[in-house]
Design a protein around this ligand. Structure first.
Ligand code: PAF
Length: 310
């Protein structure tokens, strides 16, 4: 099976390196020729908390040089999905599938606008991986990856199982799920609580458990998201506050992806997270004042960099 991983961010580099190490026919795909050239020279550097440093030489190229592939994994930030999707017609073989392993909601819809829904897969990864620098990542936590065929997809259960086997072959825990939309929302419920608060307050995830006011806001955002998911007809497992508490404890030292984005001066994924809850809530007649306010605050935080004092 020929594989492409689209996006040389933290997750993209990790997946490409792990698949390559497992002997898969994989290429990492970028849209920037300058970065492709640098990554080709340096390889992908993977560091673990146990002190392992490894340089993996992964084939890297632009989409027209790489395709056509049987499976293309989309691993770009949510705000780049629209642009990245334009590479998919070059990358996907006839009968090939695209798997989005991205944060937030709206990615499936953005990809479907370019290549339709019939060969789409969705996934949720709970891996602790941080980008330190271009092509340089820290692999901090081995978590599970859930994958499945979303509504409108014609990818069969047998094909989903084969993709899960591929991930397992690369040393990743991967489980097929028939309710992948609910799984996407379960992750979103966590993200809308943790990500904006940690980014605004510039604290690691575990700090939220020690800041009662911040915790109250995080739980309220998560509960609103769970209510919207339920109003949309999805069944989410467990109590949002309990899940939030668990993830904050499990990832206590982690800097959330949104905090990393704010600190690096990059755009954030707020539009794919809290803004999605607010938009979908509005369409269902459900008020989501906490998610609306957090969306505005994060947009303001991203715009305010040139005016900050100190
Ligand atoms: O976006 C993130 O940072 C992660 O999804 C999570 C689970 C909040 C851990 O930091």
């Amino acid at each position: 099976m020929k594989l492409a991983v689209l996006g040389p961010g933290a997750l993209g580099c990790l997946l490409a390196a792990l698949f390559r190490e497992a002997g898969a026919d994989v290429s990492l795909v970028d849209y920037r020729p300058d970065r492709v050239a640098r990554l080709r020279l340096r390889g992908i550097q993977v560091h673990t908390l146990e002190g392992v440093h490894q340089v993996v030489e992964v084939p890297i190229g632009l989409a027209p040089e790489v395709g056509p592939c049987d499976l293309t994994i989309v691993a770009v930030k949510a705000y780049q999905t629209e642009t990245a999707a334009r590479a998919l017609p070059d990358l996907m073989s006839q009968g090939g599938a695209a798997l989005t392993l991205q944060n937030g909601l709206g990615n499936l819809e953005a990809i479907a606008r370019t290549v339709g829904t019939h060969r789409l897969l969705a996934g949720v990864g709970l891996l602790g991986v941080t980008r330190q620098d271009e092509g340089r990542i820290i692999y901090a936590g081995r978590g599970v990856i859930y994958i499945g065929a979303p509504a409108g997809s014609q990818v069969s259960a047998i094909e989903v199982a084969a993709v899960a086997d591929l991930f397992r072959g690369a040393g990743l825990e991967c489980q097929p799920r028939e309710d992948i939309e609910a799984v996407l929302w379960e992750k979103l419920v966590i993200n809308v609580g943790i990500n904006p608060l940690t980014a605004l307050l510039r604290v690691p995830n575990g700090a939220l458990l020690k800041l009662p006011e911040a915790w109250e806001v995080a739980v309220a955002a998560a509960e609103e998201a769970q209510a919207v998911a339920q109003a949309a007809g999805l069944t989410l497992s467990g109590d949002p506050a309990a899940r939030l508490r668990q993830v904050c404890a499990d990832t206590a030292a982690n800097h959330s992806s949104m905090l990393q984005d704010i600190l690096a001066g990059r755009p954030t994924e707020i539009e794919a997270m809290n803004a999605q809850v607010a938009t979908r809530g509005r369409a269902l007649g459900l008020p989501t004042p906490v998610n609306e306010l957090l969306t505005l605050l994060l947009r303001a935080a991203a715009q305010s960099a040139p005016f900050t004092v100190g």
